[in-house]
Design a binder for this molecule. Sequence first.
Ligand code: PLP
Length: 443
Amino acid sequence: MDPTLEKIYHLSPQDIQQAEKHIMVGGGTPGPILFRGKGIRIEDIHGKSYIDCTSQSWAMYLGFANPEINRIVCQHLENISHIHQGFHSLPRLYLAKKLTDIAPKGIDRVSFAVGGGLAVEAAMKIALRNRPGAKCFITLWDAYHGSTFTASSMSWISTKANGKYTGQQHFIGKLEATVRVPNPYCYRCFFKQSPDTCDLACAEMLRETIIRGITGPAAGFILEPIQASAGQIPVPKRYLQRVREICDEFEVPLIFDEIQTYCRIGEWFAAQYYGVTPDIIAMGKGLGAGFPIAAILINKNMTGFGPHVEELHTFANNSVSQVAAAKQIDIIKRDDLLGNTRRMGKYFLRGLQDLQQEFPQMGDIRAVGLHIGVEYVKDPITRESDVQAAKDIRQEGLKQGVIFGLGGAHRNVLKIKPPLIIKQPEADEVLDKLKKSMRAVLG
Ligand SMILES: Cc1ncc(COP(=O)(O)O)c(C=O)c1O
């Protein structure tokens, strides 16, 4: 083994304690120190194994140490890794064509970025480029679009939704160009409607905001088709169709933040699931099979970036990530992982609904593909959020050997978002460990 890697792998508990003082961790739910993984399982430094229902930031679609991804990356690394953005490279050309081939009809160009937040900002730039004079973006309550300086002002972390302002309060305020409109959070509808009485008041709020709520023309409306950080809230189809009509009426660019929905919902893109095509798509996370890469895709009618430093990042042309992303698309197609995602999503949903009979504290279960959340409440009638239960169940899950995600604007949602390769026996194991965790916490 390489001597440096040897030293890294053998840090003592004292070394770790000492080194911890030198690192700033700006966010994220804490967990064990992870060492290695295989498939859907990951091991910590003490050798304890977990099924990872977070796919590490929801990004490891093929699980850990996928041999085909490792092979293509190692083979490619023999030739080159980092390439300046101004130079074309074969992997970038190949991946751009591949992504536009699987993208919704009418989407024909790609620009690569390093991470999701930057992709969102690139999407905003394209929207501005196509809307002269516009200064104001519209986004949804409880949205999350990243923690870069600009993207954070588009996100719920810059509101008081959580009862307090997050650390982003130190950075926001420079950009006055974001207005948020009510989200279609049907379980907690702000307009006190139920799906059968709903007249899409939240969508009409968007329309009214475009007309009366902002200064100047709207630069764009950005939304996650499934609000992930907010607590796994799928936007209803009807809502999205109405939003498309409203955006068309006022020529407002519609931007889908598909950083979490790409493939995870059992289709390449949410546009295909919903039958609604946006003007711009931002993607990231799972795109690179665990390697850092993000992108925006834009409609053929839009003006794209020009070469005069409109969008330039040192590492935006990472050819290692690009070959991994291309290989992953081939594997997803060959192994029908989108089909597996749909089937396993339905399987989880049924299993969770069965558990709900025993545990009514599972107030709402929301699943589209392997984009799954369980919202815990103290009482299914009052729907009062149970933050502690969700937190304790996640903690108990760790003891049982499963890493669940935790979050939501009300901090009471347990997230189940495993790699897309998960199989039925592994899903059964997750459901069984969840049951044990709930028995331990809820009685
Ligand atoms: C929907 C969504 N958009 C944007 C981002 C930001 O991506 P990144 O963390 O890669 O900057 C995230 C990250 O969690 C996300 O979930």
